[in-house]
Design a binder for this molecule. Structure first.
Ligand code: EPU
Length: 308
């Protein structure tokens, strides 16, 4: 009851901004299909809308979190007393053609799929390195998403981040450092936009490479299931975490009915419908423990948990 009242208050506080809001459960928002119900989602499309929302939540003390499009997120079940600001519609794109390259500035919510599609149309050399990754640019840059071919950081020139402290906004342009599935962007820094440069190549070459890699991805990963993408980073020795888990005989393994280790790629878990937070967490912990015992390797999760 209290939750409903608080929700009504928050929705009325933000209604006059005319920004899209939606009451959704995280289970209908995240790629893995798990998670409870926050007060509301709100989808600012531009800087002025984002600023209004953040000013409002800060001044009224409304608990909030900022997310992208919900890949690699594991959220607890039940009522979640937070307003969720999703940047998935914060997806402007400016593309300038220069002599040998394309310069691109895109909003954090731009999907990597869109970038790849644009790359095929225009001829972005190397864009196949980010083929098949379901996230959006902000999150991808924060964790330096990529494939065995390369990482998004191969194309990044500058990142615009927002920091909020004591109610003050600070927007700065930074040149982060990057490593395997890592960037120096701090948790308190919200990625707003990313400037990238791609060398020019023939669109037909890009299209051929992209379709080759997509085909491989369809053959080797459970792309049609509800998953986080890979659960664990590969360990520092460069081995595939999936291969390690597979070698322990865990493909298809399950602790409960509704969720299992994928039979296609062992670094994925598949929610077969209605799994809850605890089931996912227990399965992840089980795999981690098993790998630690058997292989003396401490796997590190890529998945970000929202538990409070
Ligand atoms: N392998 C197995 N069993 C498995 C999984 C893999 O034997 O269950 C073997 C494969 O046969 C291959 C080797 O392990 O010989 C490497 O597999 P893969 O090419 O799938 O690479 P990966 O290191 O397991 C990484 C990324 C993926 C990305 C692929 C393809 C990480 C944690 N994962 O997986 O990224 O799609 O390369 O480039 O770095 C993601 O970010 O969500 C993701 C899936």
């Amino acid at each position: 009851m209290r939750f409903e009242e608080e929700r009504r208050g928050i929705l009325s506080d933000i209604r006059h901004f005319n920004i899209e809001t939606k009451i959704l459960k995280f289970s209908d928002f995240t790629s893995v299909g798990i998670g409870g119900e926050p007060y509301s989602f709100v989808f600012p499309r531009n800087m002025s809308a984002l600023q209004k929302i953040i000013e409002c939540v800060k001044s009224k003390g409304i608990p909030f979190c900022v997310v992208g499009n919900g890949t690699k997120m594991l959220v607890r079940d039940g009522k979640i007393p937070r307003l969720v600001i999703s940047l998935m519609r914060f997806d402007f794109q400016n593309c300038t053609e220069e002599k040998d390259s394309f310069y691109l500035k895109v909003g954090a919510g731009t999907s990597l799929q869109f970038l790849v599609a644009l790359g095929i149309k225009k001829g972005f050399d190397g864009v196949e390195k980010i083929v098949g990754i379901p996230g959006c640019v902000g999150g991808a840059v924060k964790v330096n998403a990529g494939t065995r071919l390369g990482w998004i950081s191969d194309f990044v020139e500058e990142v615009e981040v927002l920091t909020i402290s004591d109610g003050n906004f600070c927007i700065e342009k930074i040149k982060p450092k990057f490593g395997y599935r890592w960037s120096s962007i701090k948790d308190k820094q919200i990625v707003l936009s990313v400037s990238m440069r791609f060398k020019k190549t023939k669109p037909t070459e890009v299209r051929d490479k992209v379709s080759r890699y997509l085909k491989k991805r369809f053959e080797t990963q459970p792309v049609n299931s509800k998953t986080f993408g890979c659960i664990f980073k590969n360990p520092p020795n460069g081995e595939s975490a999936g291969k390690i888990i597979d070698e322990l005989g865990l493909k298809g393994f399950r602790l409960t009915k509704r969720i299992k280790i994928s039979s296609i790629h062992a670094n994925f878990i598949e929610n077969e419908g209605g799994a809850c937070f605890q089931e996912a967490e227990e399965l992840i912990n089980y795999v981690k423990e098993k790998v630690k015992q058997e292989r003396k390797i401490e796997l590190e999760e890529e998945v970000i948990k929202l538990c409070d």
